[in-house]
Design a protein around this ligand. Structure first.
Ligand code: FAQ
Length: 339
């Protein structure tokens, strides 16, 4: 997947110098022309520091979201109601871990160190998606995460497949393919419950009631409060604004709720013929800012779990490094003997 991660800035200094513009202004002009032509920037290309920094911020926070996002559903692996559902959930949670790894690798192509990124998460300096600070109280929550959380993630991530930074765009193509299976398995699990008993239907409705508004907040603050959007849109990183994506998601989900037979918990969710969209209730942005600033229902638990897993996995990293050092030493000895 990440062969481009072997192709790092400065690695081909001679070739880059031969073809690269000589001074900063010319490099900036070449970058601007690439942006204007909707081109792609690759790891070995010159880029402004602010572009690099923004990408590291967004890609690493996205990676953290995938890794922390394994936890709410991971809680249900041992309690899945059948072998089939357990196997599906195991595979899904494992996929999310894989997404985190592709994304950390994409951030590493920008000269970011994985250790620094992980440290920023563990120390609370870096954000991860607000949605993973809510608890999974019943099995229906697992289905709702697939249907709504993965559904929202796909809506946000499809435009990122056209992001101006090549490694991020390519990672997103693969991630979106997998996320669409995740969304469907969630819908399928909920459909099975909706065809079951009254108690199961109530459980699904309760889960939808609890997750609907937090899911709408996944798209980020309203456009007017989105500090990063203007620049990231000018750079072709973000293609569609937070509010427009949120609206697209609402419009697509109303019909799915109808098929499922659940009621979305918003009496204001009505078709507006003039706008050609569904209207929906204003969201509780105080809650959003509280959650992303560390005071959501599960923030402390999520971070503590991540830190514990990292500390308990230290021996694996140490063993892998020791093994790699031994292999390198053996290879060096063999090449000396052959010389
Ligand atoms: N949660 O100026 P904007 C998934 C922060 S993956 C936390 O609008 P931006 C898969 C934002 O970082 C879900 N923080 O920011 C899965 C900024 O603070 P900063 C994650 C948020 O970057 C499914 C500040 O607010 N997806 O679910 C959130 O232009 C199931 C101002 O906001 C991605 O990361 C939030 N919801 O737009 C896994 C996609 N919203 O950084 C397991 C890539 C905003 O300046 C199970 N990221 N903030 O300190 C993006 O598209 C963008 O970064 C947005 C935010 C849209 C998330």
């Amino acid at each position: 997947m990440y062969t481009q991660s072997l192709d790092l800035p400065g690695q081909h200094a001679d070739a880059a110098q031969a073809s690269a513009p000589q001074d900063e202004a010319a490099r900036q002009a070449a970058f601007d022309a690439c942006m204007a032509a909707d081109g792609k920037i690759e790891p070995q290309d010159w880029m402004p520091q602010a572009y690099r920094k923004t990408l590291v911020r967004q890609i690493s926070q996205h990676a953290h979201s995938e890794i922390v996002g394994m936890l709410p559903e991971g809680n249900w692996i041992s309690r899945a109601p059948s072998l089939k559902r357990k196997a599906i959930l195991l595979a899904k949670v494992q996929d999310e871990g894989g997404h985190g790894l592709y994304l950390y690798s994409a951030a590493e192509t920008l000269d970011a160190s994985r250790d620094d990124l992980v440290d920023a998460l563990h120390s609370g300096r870096a954000k991860y998606s607000s949605i993973f600070n809510y608890p999974t109280l019943t099995w229906a929550d697992v289905g709702v995460i697939g249907w709504l959380v993965d559904g929202a993630a796909i809506m946000n991530q499809i435009p990122l497949c056209r992001c101006s930074y090549g490694p991020y765009a390519r990672a997103m193509i693969r991630i979106c393919k997998e996320e669409s299976f995740h969304q469907r398995q969630g819908f399928d699990a909920l459909l099975a419950m909706m065809r079951g008993t009254d108690a199961q239907r109530e459980m699904v409705q309760d889960a939808v009631d609890r997750w609907w508004f937090p899911v709408l907040m996944m798209f980020g603050p309203p456009d007017a409060a989105s500090t990063n959007s203007a620049q990231t849109m000018a750079w072709g990183i973000k293609r569609i604004s937070n509010d427009d994506l949120r609206q697209k998601f609402v419009d697509a989900t109303v019909e799915q709720a109808r098929v499922l037979g659940v009621t979305l918990p918003d009496p204001g969710l009505l078709w507006n013929a003039e706008r050609g969209h569904y209207d929906y209730r204003p969201l509780d942005w105080d809650e959003f800012w509280r959650v992303i600033n560390g005071d959501g229902p599960c923030n402390k638990e999520r971070l503590a779990t991540r830190v514990k897993a990292h500390e308990e996995g230290a021996w694996v990293r140490e063993a892998a490094l020791a093994h790699a050092a031994k292999v390198a030493e053996r290879e060096a000895r063999a090449s000396r003997a052959a010389a």
